[in-house]
Design a protein around this ligand. Sequence first.
Ligand SMILES: [Zn+2]
Ligand SMILES: [Zn+2]
Length: 347
Amino acid sequence: MADTDTPRTMRAWAVTEPGPVEADTPAPLRLVVKPVPVPRDDELLVRVRACGVCRTDLHVTEGDLPVRRPGVTPGHEVVGEVAAAGAAVRGFAVGDRVGVAWLRSTDGSCAYCLRGAENLCPASRYTGWDADGGYAEYTTVPADFAHRLPADVPDEASAPLLCAGIIGYRALRRAALPAGGRLGLYGFGGSAHLCAQVALAEGATVHVLTRGAAARRLALELGAASAGDAYAPPPEPLDSAVLFAPVGDLVPVALRALDRGGVLAIAGIHLSDIPPLHYESDLFYEKEVRSVTSNTRADAREFLALAARHGVRATTHAYPLSRALDALRDLKAGRFDGAAVLVNDLS
Ligand SMILES: [Zn+2]
Ligand SMILES: [Zn+2]
């Protein structure tokens, strides 16, 4: 089935010369004309309505992550509507509202997939890195990896839930926060401010440790017990902490802030080098440090359901899709708090 109004070509952003986003000549990301993708039998063609701007898009654009598809279109927090569906797709119809997230496909057959850890699948592929994503008028997604979205949350507020929200949720679970526990969040951008809302709704005491007055203000507005400098100790020892800032220097800082038996989860896909750890102050008394790698579809379903139940909302800053490069520049420079969302002004 297909929407007969679908055009043959579209405008899309492409990472043509990975490098610093501040550069103008050549700019790393350019608005180009591409064919509208044709969905495979198991895929949906999605008309993009909004697409969140994630720090991973910055890593893809600047070349911190290796190029996996030359000229890739970034974007993996896509809210759109089904414009066409492949012949083998069941359960979706043209016009349905769907979300497209980072995890695009897995093999479903390896040891990790079979034990429910599909986030570790060596054959996993990712939207906006291995395949073109949502900084475009249209994108595709395997139907098995498309997400249904809470009906009452507008497009712009839903987009950041699809990566920032899901990853923040997995990081929270990896941090093994006990019921009613004390949680520290290092860095307070798109992912952390959604993670904080889930933790607060579940009864945690949340301490936010970040630079930036606007981020601290947002943290306190959302209900954090304190908001202070990342390098200063929190007002009380922490049961769990999540490091959202991509700053390895903060790993020993966060470990020292943990109480005995505490767990630190590192949420980012990219982290600067971690300085040497001091065993007695940083790790002894059974402190743990854990990484967070992508997410499973089960994480996504659990988080989207919790987000609907607890009214989790992204604080967003809208940019027209035609200004995606400006949004990435502003993200890098820390010019907004919450999450940037590109709203399709191209079609
Ligand atoms: Zn992301
Ligand atoms: Zn697998």
